[in-house]
Design a protein around this ligand. Structure first.
Ligand SMILES: [Zn+2]
Ligand SMILES: [Zn+2]
Length: 212
């Protein structure tokens, strides 16, 4: 069976988990959430020996998208995601980067907005799109039923959940997204979060203090 492989590259002062994800059968890859530190990302691509087809974005925060426009230009690939709800964030990426003292960052225009139930493709692998608002209005999760793998952005972390005090955040929505979209995926599903270590749905269901 075709296998997904992934390398996590922590980028930016926020230690955001940029993920290089690829189909091992075809060596076709996507870069998920290239927040910055593009030389590190490009080194990982070269070391893995893969060809990048797309950039996928989980949501519009600067630590996740700060390098997206530059990487799109240098790799000549398209950007898929997030949900249109994060348009207001993507139009102000440069501004919010400056607020954190980061320059040379551009606003982001996705080539394809994603909706709940959409599918995205890398090589022979198909990921389902789950719209999971709460941390931001347009947050999406990428889930592969066959690989038992979900890329969850800042919706859910090992031992924590996404903050909801930023513009467009909504705590009730966040918990609904986790309860109705993520927990039903199954305890065996591995998760790659936007920050911190990897985990599984089962581990978080059992031990995450915010979900008890
Ligand atoms: Zn975020
Ligand atoms: Zn983040």
């Amino acid at each position: 069976m075709t296998k997904a492989k992934a390398i996590i590259i922590p980028v930016t002062p926020f230690q955001q988990n940029c993920t290089l994800l690829w189909c091992d059968a075809t060596k076709r890859a996507v870069v998920i959430d290239p927040g910055g530190d593009l030389p590190d990302v490009e080194r990982s691509i070269a070391r893995a020996g893969v060809a990048v087809d797309k950039i996928w974005l989980t949501h519009g925060h600067v630590d996740h998208v700060g390098g997206a426009a530059a990487l799109k230009a240098s790799l000549e690939v398209s950007i898929e995601g997030p949900h249109r709800g994060d348009l207001f964030l993507l139009q102000h990426v440069a501004e919010s980067a400056r607020a954190f003292g980061i320059s040379d960052v551009s606003n982001v225009t996705p080539d394809r907005w994603l909706e709940d139930g959409d599918q995205v493709q890398v090589g022979e692998l198909t990921f389902e799109v789950l719209h999971c608002p709460g941390h931001s209005p347009g947050s999406v999760v990428f889930f592969s039923p066959t690989q038992r793998l979900a890329i969850v952005g800042d919706v859910l972390f090992a031992g924590s959940v996404g903050r909801t005090d930023l513009p467009g955040g909504d705590q009730r929505q966040l918990f609904e997204s986790i309860r109705d979209k993520l927990l039903p995926l199954g305890d065996d599903v591995a998760i790659i979060s936007g920050h911190g270590p990897t985990s599984t749905i089962g581990q978080e269901r059992a031990t995450n203090p915010f979900l008890q």
